[in-house]
Design a protein around this ligand. Structure first.
Ligand code: PGA
Length: 249
């Protein structure tokens, strides 16, 4: 299966429902002739609005997080079933902001991946090293450990429904993106790691996205990496004109 370029816009805690609807209205005509895959990740409250606004297009809508349990006394949390009900098709899991600011552990990330798969949501598992870890030569130790703990015990079929996002912590929101050489090397090694664990048929299907200060000015360069299948974009995904430029790179 060919991996068509996929551009994912993660809005983080931005946009009301009204702003979300307006964004989609402005975006659609700008990407009408695009062959690219597009995912949008609004805050929970705007998911349904964006799903409706994207009806009849190929854009998939997803969530930024979920809880691992099906239901229960977990004040403030949302389950995979609730996300599915409002039209979400995928969910970001283990974004570095969740790991750092909300103390998400590898164990809960693993449980979330399993719960998402059970509900038929595509988990986009986010991994990435800090600058300090990179300077200390720990990049692959960190990444393979995050991947191993998130994905342990998954079947081949499960893995074919998983996407991975390599987001170096030092590149997120800093304006300092990884060069294509750095990102491509990491993506290639991650794909080789998947191949070793699940075989070539799986490793060739799994999407590995790059995230961290992706902008219209650097996306073409990044997408030259043969193992870079798309981008997970934060800041530059908030404006429809800029996001359309990323899609039409
Ligand atoms: P950024 O965020 O594009 O603003 O660096 C990326 C992300 O957090 O997914």
């Amino acid at each position: 299966m060919k991996r068509l370029p996929l551009i994912v816009g993660n809005w983080k805690m931005h946009k009301t429902r009204e702003e979300s609807g307006l964004f989609v209205k402005r975006l659609l005509p700008l990407i009408a002739s695009s062959q690219r895959r597009v995912f949008l990740v609004p805050p929970f409250t705007a998911i349904e609005t964006v799903v409706k606004a994207c009806a009849g297009t190929n854009i998939l809508v997803g969530a930024q997080n979920m809880h691992e349990a099906e239901s229960g006394a977990f004040t403030g949390e949302v389950s995979s079933k609730m996300l599915k009900e409002v039209g979400a098709r995928f969910v970001l899991i283990g974004h570095s902001e969740r790991r750092q600011l909300f103390f998400e552990t590898d164990l809960s990330i693993h449980r979330k991946v399993k719960a998402a798969l059970k509900e038929g949501l595509i988990p986009i598992v986010c991994v990435g090293e800090s600058w300090e870890q990179r300077e200390n030569g720990k990049v692959y130790e960190v990444l393979f450990s995050q991947l191993d703990q998130a994905l342990q015990g998954l079947s081949k079929d499960d893995l074919k429904s998983v996407m991975i996002a390599y987001e170096p912590v030092w590149a997120i929101g800093t304006g300092k993106h990884a060069t294509v050489d750095i990102a491509q090397e990491v993506h290639r090694k991650c794909r080789e790691w998947i191949e070793k664990m699940w075989g070539t048929d799986v490793s060739q299907e799994v999407y590995i996205l790059y995230g961290g200060s992706v902008k219209p000015e650097n996306i073409s360069e990044l997408m030259q990496g043969t193992d870079i299948d798309g981008a997970l974009v934060g800041g530059a995904a908030l404006d429809p004109e800029m996001f359309a430029k990323l899609i039409n790179f």
